[in-house]
Design a binder for this molecule. Structure first.
Ligand code: SF4
Length: 245
C-alpha cells in the first residue's frame, strides 16, 4: 500500500516521547485559522510512499529512537486509515513505539471498527482539542467539535493512552471559563496521560505568504508562556472538579 506523504523529519522531539521519526501525512479536512502547515491541506499534493520505504528510513537511524519511535502527524493521518493502520501494524511487528497525532475529525461513531483496529497498534494518541465551545470551534476550524469529543471518549473507552493538546490563541481560545469546561471534559477520559497547553505563535505566516493565501489571523498577536500557564491551571481546575464529582 502507498500513502500520500508531505514530508518526514528524522529527529523530532516535540511530537511524542523521546526522539522520533515523524511522518507528515498529506491532506486535512480542517481549516484551522492558526494552522502552521497549510501546505499539508491538499490531498493531491505531496508524494506517494510505501510502508516499507518509511520503515527503511526509520531503521537507518534506529539507534537514536531507543526511547522514542514513530509519530504520524500531518495534515490528518486518519484521512488515510488503511495505510496508517498498515504502517503502525508493521511498526509494532518490529517493536517500534507508535504515536498518532490527530485532530480526531475523521472519527465516525457509526463506523468505529477501523479506529478500534488502529488503536490496537497505537501506543499513544496525541489529540488536539482546539475549542470546547462548539460554535467557536466551527468559527475556528470550519467544523463542529462533536466528532472530536466522541473520538476522545472512544479512545479512552478502548483503553488507549491519550495525551491532549490545546493551543491558546488570544481572543479565540483564551476564555478561562472555556478552559475549565475543557478540563471537565478531559477529566472524564480515564486513559488521559498528559496535557500540553501551548501558546499560539505566528511562525506559519511565511508559508501562507509563499502559497499566496491571506494569513487568517493577521491581527492576532502571539500568546506568551504565561498565558499558556494560566490556561493550563484553569484546565487543571476543571479536571479536578470532574474527578471530585
Ligand atoms: S487539523 Fe492540523 S493540519 Fe489540519 S488545519 Fe488544523 S492545524 Fe492544520
Amino acid at each position: 500500500m502507498q500513502g500520500r506523504i508531505h514530508s518526514t523529519e528524522s529527529f523530532g522531539t516535540v511530537d511524542g516521547p523521546g526522539v522520533r521519526f515523524v511522518i507528515f501525512f498529506q491532506g486535512c479536512p480542517m481549516r484551522c485559522r492558526y494552522c502552521h502547515n497549510p501546505d499539508t491541506w491538499d490531498m493531491n499534493a505531496g508524494h506517494a510512499e510505501s510502508t516499507e520505504s518509511l520503515l527503511a528510513q526509520y531503521r537507518r537511524n534506529a539507534v537514536f529512537y531507543r526511547n522514542g519511535g514513530i509519530t504520524c502527524t500531518g495534515g490528518e493521518p486518519m484521512l488515510q486509515m488503511p495505510f496508517l493502520t498498515e504502517l503502525f501494524t508493521a511498526a509494532k511487528q518490529e517493536g517500534i513505539h507508535t504515536c498518532l497525532d490527530t485532530s480526531g475529525i475523521c472519527f465516525d461513531p457509526e463506523q468505529p471498527e477501523p479506529v478500534r483496529t488502529l488503536l490496537t497498534v497505537t501506543d499513544l494518541v496525541m489529540l488536539d482539542i482546539k475549542q470546547i465551545n462548539d460554535e467557536k470551534h466551527r468559527a475556528l476550524t470550519g467544523h463542529s467539535n462533536a466528532r472530536i469529543l466522541q473520538f476522545a471518549e472512544f479512545v479512552s473507552a478502548c483503553g488507549a493512552p491519550l495525551w491532549v493538546r490545546h493551543v491558546v490563541v488570544p481572543g479565540l481560545t483564551d476564555d478561562p471559563a472555556e478552559h475549565e469546561q475543557l478540563g471537565e471534559f478531559i477529566g472524564g477520559l480515564r486513559t488521559l496521560k498528559g496535557l500540553d497547553v501551548l501558546p499560539y505563535h505566528t511562525m506559519g505566516r511565511r508559508k501562507y505568504e509563499e502559497m499566496g493565501i491571506p494569513y487568517p489571523l493577521g491581527d492576532t498577536p502571539p500568546a506568551d508562556s504565561a498565558a499558556a500557564g494560566q490556561a493550563k491551571a484553569n484546565i487543571m481546575r476543571g479536571i479536578k472538579k470532574r474527578l471530585r464529582a
